[in-house]
Design a protein around this ligand. Structure first.
Ligand SMILES: [Zn+2]
Length: 233
């Protein structure tokens, strides 16, 4: 096996943005739909009522994920644009002060003053706005927010996750809806946790235990509430 600390080591952090969003969406879809189906099933609902509830949960969850993600990413994108506009104007009006500012940033990061001056001068000549965006504000091209894409992908990943417990509920024998949905969902959560930990280069067992534990906790709680509610109504 190659030494992971060789100069060509692999890094994973650049992948975690979209991956985290997709895994989070799918996790949410599995946990919320499984819990919903189990809650309704525990209240002694008919098979068709269980499926209607699950389907409504899928659509409602996907829409709410999309709307929430769109709003949050849009506001992040607006902030980034406003910051870049301020920076663009500052670079036009005060080029010398901005060059000095960039030099100071590199000095604070540990570069010798003369070298910092040279780096800042060359980067300013090359592309001043990108240099300030990256090293002063912290905006990189990769992280630039895309609201529509974020909304679409979180709705899609939520629906994909939600489809698993819903399919399990549709295919399970009437008397076994709760255990089948619970088992299918927990296995799906475990696989998802394992895949995302592998792709992110993190500890796999811990990720799987964490996601399965919280998923099971959500299902138990809604199951109990559904059962209690079912006897009252
Ligand atoms: Zn600046």
């Amino acid at each position: 096996m190659p030494d992971p600390y060789l100069p060509k080591e692999h890094h994973f952090s650049h992948r975690t943005g979209w991956l985290r969003a997709a895994v989070l969406g799918a996790n949410d879809g599995i946990v919320s739909t499984a819990s919903l189906v189990i809650g309704v099933a525990s209240a002694d609902a008919s098979p068709s009522a269980i499926l209607v509830a699950g389907m409504a949960g899928l659509v409602a969850g996907a829409m709410s994920m999309a709307a929430g993600e769109f709003v949050s990413v849009s506001s992040q994108s607006d902030t980034e644009k406003a910051d870049l506009e301020i920076e663009r104007k500052a670079l036009q009006k005060f080029p010398e002060e901005e060059l000095e500012e960039l030099t100071q940033i590199y000095i604070e990061r540990g570069v010798e003053p003369a070298t910092a001056q040279a780096v800042a001068t060359q980067l300013t000549r090359h592309d001043a706005l990108s240099a300030h965006a990256r090293d002063e504000i912290g905006i990189t091209e990769i992280a630039t927010a895309r609201p529509i894409q974020a909304a679409w992908s979180s709705a899609a990943s939520f629906s994909t996750g939600a489809a698993l417990p819903l399919a399990a509920a549709a295919l399970a024998p009437e008397a076994l809806v709760t255990p089948v949905v619970a088992v299918v969902s927990l296995i799906s959560l475990a696989i998802l946790g394992w895949l995302s930990a592998s792709a992110g280069g993190a500890g796999k067992t811990r990720a799987v235990v964490r996601v399965v534990f919280w998923g099971a906790a959500a299902m138990v709680v809604t199951g109990l509430i559904g059962a209690a509610f079912g006897t009252v109504v």
